[in-house]
Design a binder for this molecule. Structure first.
Ligand SMILES: C[S@@+](CC[C@H](N)C(=O)[O-])C[C@H]1O[C@@H](n2cnc3c(N)ncnc32)[C@H](O)[C@@H]1O
Length: 254
């Protein structure tokens, strides 16, 4: 058994070490944007960055888009996800938010989209935009510095590894901003996980339905539209958990 696998090691004074997504034992419960930037700089992003378009997005795109063309879509905490390009290629306008400058630049470079950047009206933020007419912009800043006047309103929101990556204590604050930028007809797909964070440090952080209610229930009605057993070798051998389930909600304003 490797050192990484011996995760339930109880060290002195009762402190229980929990492995995190990045394969070390640092406490990631309240990761700041600086902590995330550090992970990007250390090239530790392949633990969440997928080499393909997210299968749940593909599977439920009809529910997200409702068959409509030229939708204005928000992807919070987007990283350099291929989902951005997939939706762009379908003719939609895509607005992402990502705190990592490296992540934003890598997205444009890897997708071969020329880009420029301009300051955002906040202390530390840039808006990356395509210069070839592609309808994509990435707001490079802390999500919690965004507001409706900067973002406008959206027809659709795709949330994967976003709500479940922010500190759990910030979930209601996150929900408030998301609800503010939803058009009355907005369709919001929220991809979440059920995982035992008393064993595994995260992210992702466990998302029981009660947290969806607490964070969005004041403004949104929602429906659990998919549940997938996502338990695999990594969860069994590295994280040491006994189950790992992906759950997708469709959210709409009441
Ligand atoms: C788990 S990753 C998911 C990335 C992407 N959604 C995907 O599916 O590949 C979370 C991303 O959010 C970014 N992030 C974390 N906290 C943030 C914040 N407060 N504001 C903006 N971006 C943030 C991280 O840099 C990271 O790229």
């Amino acid at each position: 058994m490797s050192e990484n696998i011996s995760i339930e090691l109880n060290i002195s004074k009762g402190y229980k070490r929990r492995i995190n997504q990045f394969g070390d034992y640092r406490d990631v419960t309240n990761m700041s944007v600086d902590d995330w930037n550090e992970r990007w700089n250390l090239e530790q992003i392949n633990v969440f960055h997928m080499p393909c378009v997210n299968p749940m997005l593909v599977k439920h795109s009809e529910k997200l888009l409702a068959g409509k063309e030229r939708q204005r879509i928000f992807i919070p905490l987007c990283g350099k996800s291929l989902d951005l390009k997939w939706l762009l290629d379908k003719g939609h306008t895509v607005i992402g938010n990502e705190c990592s400058d490296l992540g934003c630049r890598q997205f444009f470079q890897e997708q071969g989209i020329p880009y420029t950047a301009e300051p955002l009206p906040i202390e530390d933020g840039l808006k990356y935009k395509a210069t070839d007419g592609s309808r994509i912009e990435l707001f490079r800043c802390d999500f919690f510095q965004l507001n409706k006047s900067m973002l406008g309103e959206f027809d659709c929101i795709w949330d994967r590894g976003s709500f479940v990556a922010i500190p759990v204590k910030d979930r209601q604050r996150y929900g408030q901003l998301i609800c503010q930028v939803m058009k009355p007809t907005c369709r919001y797909l929220l991809d979440t996980f059920r995982v035992d964070n008393s064993v595994y440090g995260g992210p992702p952080f466990d998302c029981p339905e009660s947290d969806v209610v607490k964070s969005f229930g004041h403004r949104c009605k929602f429906q659990l539209i998919d549940t997938r057993d996502a338990y695999g070798k990594v969860q069994r051998e590295q994280w040491g958990v006994k189950s790992f389930t992906e759950e997708v909600y469709l959210m709409q304003l009441r």
